[in-house]
Write a protein that binds this ligand. Structure first.
Ligand SMILES: CCCCC/C=C\C/C=C\C/C=C\C/C=C\CCCC(=O)SCCNC(=O)CCNC(=O)[C@H](O)C(C)(C)COP(=O)(O)OP(=O)(O)OC[C@H]1O[C@@H](n2cnc3c(N)ncnc32)[C@H](O)[C@@H]1OP(=O)(O)O
Length: 225
């Protein structure tokens, strides 16, 4: 994994513009799935979008932005599919680590996440929970990649309503770490529950997360096993 160096002030202004572009792209995606305008208008907008896509593609990176150090040395991943503020695919999910080192995110799905009638696609819920469980094991000092993820869908997950997602580390054994999490209504009613096994790649051991992603983050280092 390579980590970009701390961005300059200019780069921060450019990032802010990318974040705004991503926000508008999300609004566009929701407008696409909800639009009821006539075919001629749909065709005209599609042509304009093709031109815009070409403009953005005039200069391309090889891959989306990944882990990098933001102002104050705080690590961030603005290109991430779940949390990336500069990725239109992301909600973006804003994850907070609690004093107990569990993790929590307030979220609201959008029409673009639709699966079964009036509810969120199960794979989208799984994606959110995968990420949140990953954050929970990282917060506990055992960062890793998902080995297995098990979901139990208890009730349809609505879009357009405030929801709360939480997750916590449960245990570790060698390079394997388990975590559990859920997406719930604000009153605590669980809609989807997940448990997962994360494996710390051997190459990550012996390094603090701060070694590469910034020691000022307050994030727990990779723990010795
Ligand atoms: C560079 C330093 C970085 C430091 C950290 C920095 C930053 C991280 C910080 C924060 C991260 C914050 C948030 C993260 C948020 C979200 C996470 C998103 C998660 C993802 O979106 S991630 C993408 C999907 N994920 C993959 O892309 C994995 C692909 N895969 C592999 O990369 C390998 O497959 C791997 C590494 C999993 C294992 O490979 P390996 O060679 O290291 O391990 P090995 O085979 O030796 O197994 C060792 C022990 O794990 C058991 N084991 C292995 N695999 C298992 C499985 N699947 N199920 C059950 N048990 C399994 C074995 O049975 C053995 O168990 P035992 O020791 O008991 O025998």
């Amino acid at each position: 994994m390579t980590i970009d160096v701390t961005p300059t002030e200019d780069a921060e202004a450019r990032l802010a513009a990318l974040v705004e572009l991503s926000r508008r792209a999300r609004a566009l995606a929701d407008a696409v799935v909800l639009t009821d305008v006539p075919e001629s208008e749909v065709t005209a907008v599609a042509a304009e979008l093709a031109a815009l896509t070409e403009r953005l593609g005039a200069l391309r990176r090889e891959s989306p932005r990944s882990f990098e150090l933001g102002p104050g040395g705080v690590p961030r991943n603005v290109g991430n599919a779940v949390t990336g503020s500069a990725n239109p695919h992301a909600l973006p999910l804003v994850v907070r680590v609690t004093p107990e080192r569990t993790v929590r995110a307030e979220l609201s799905f959008r029409p673009v996440h639709a699966g079964p009638p009036a509810s969120v696609h199960g794979g989208v819920s799984a994606m959110i929970l995968d990420h949140l469980l990953g954050e929970a094991v990282a917060a506990a000092g055992f960062p890793g990649v998902t080995g297995t993820l098990t979901l139990r869908y208890r009730r349809p997950v609505p879009y357009g309503e405030p929801l709360v997602a939480t997750a916590e580390y449960t245990r570790s054994e060698g390079r394997k770490t388990w975590a559990e999490g859920r997406i719930a209504l604000p009153d605590g009613t669980a809609l989807a529950e997940a448990s997962g096994l994360f494996v710390t790649p051997a190459g990550w051991l012996g390094r603090g997360a701060g070694d590469e992603t910034g020691s000022k983050s307050g994030q727990a280092p990779v723990r010795e096993r």
